[in-house]
Write a protein of this length. Structure first.
Length: 184
């Protein structure tokens, strides 16, 4: 059985949209990979990790962009990764708005549970969720797995001190998280 890892999308795989004035990535033309993402994901693939992207995309539920637009963004992302022989095992989105009170919107854990159900017998002790914001650190805590906060997305180092739920680790970016925490 392969190892399993969970990654957030915006702020981890691609540039956080708020960094350039948007609330959401609404079109693939705005999807910009972080520089060391490919190297980080290649390391995970070479180390036999099944990679799952878990992301809240409430813009669909709010009517800001369509499910079709989200599908095209995902198709673009996976296509670019595939060109580099990087396989993502799955992408799970919560497209509900926050007022819908669903079970899948992080910090709730349904998206994690759905994936984990396919890994019967895997110990959660060595599972990580790499993210860029407090809500997702809380999701990892709620699911009883380790969190790695990668800086540069929504959170900066000074933000961590005010977090209600503290991450298990802090990294510069996804590459740093993979190289110096996950694969250590």
């Amino acid at each position: 059985m392969n190892n399993l890892i969970f990654l957030d999308r915006d702020g981890i795989i691609n540039e956080e949209p708020s960094n350039f004035g948007f609330d959401y990535i609404i079109d693939a033309k705005f999807f910009k990979f972080y520089p060391r993402v490919f190297s980080a994901l290649e390391l995970l693939v070479e180390s036999n990790y099944d990679i799952y992207i878990i992301s809240n995309q409430a813009g669909v539920g709010k009517g800001v962009f369509s499910q079709d637009a989200l599908d095209k963004i995902t198709e673009y992302m996976l296509g670019e990764l595939s060109k580099r022989n990087i396989t993502i095992k799955g992408v799970r989105y919560c497209t509900h708005s926050s007022d819908e009170n669903c079970d899948c919107r992080k910090p709730k854990t349904k998206l994690f549970k759905d994936v984990y159900a396919d890994y019967v017998g895997m110990n959660k002790e060595n599972l990580f969720f790499i993210t860029d914001q407090q809500r997702d650190v809380e999701a990892a805590l709620n699911f009883k797995i380790k969190s790695i906060l990668a800086l540069g997305g929504k959170s900066k180092i000074e933000d961590v001190f005010s977090f209600k739920s503290k991450p298990d680790y802090v990294a510069v970016d996804l590459y740093d998280a993979v190289k110096n925490v996950v694969l250590k």
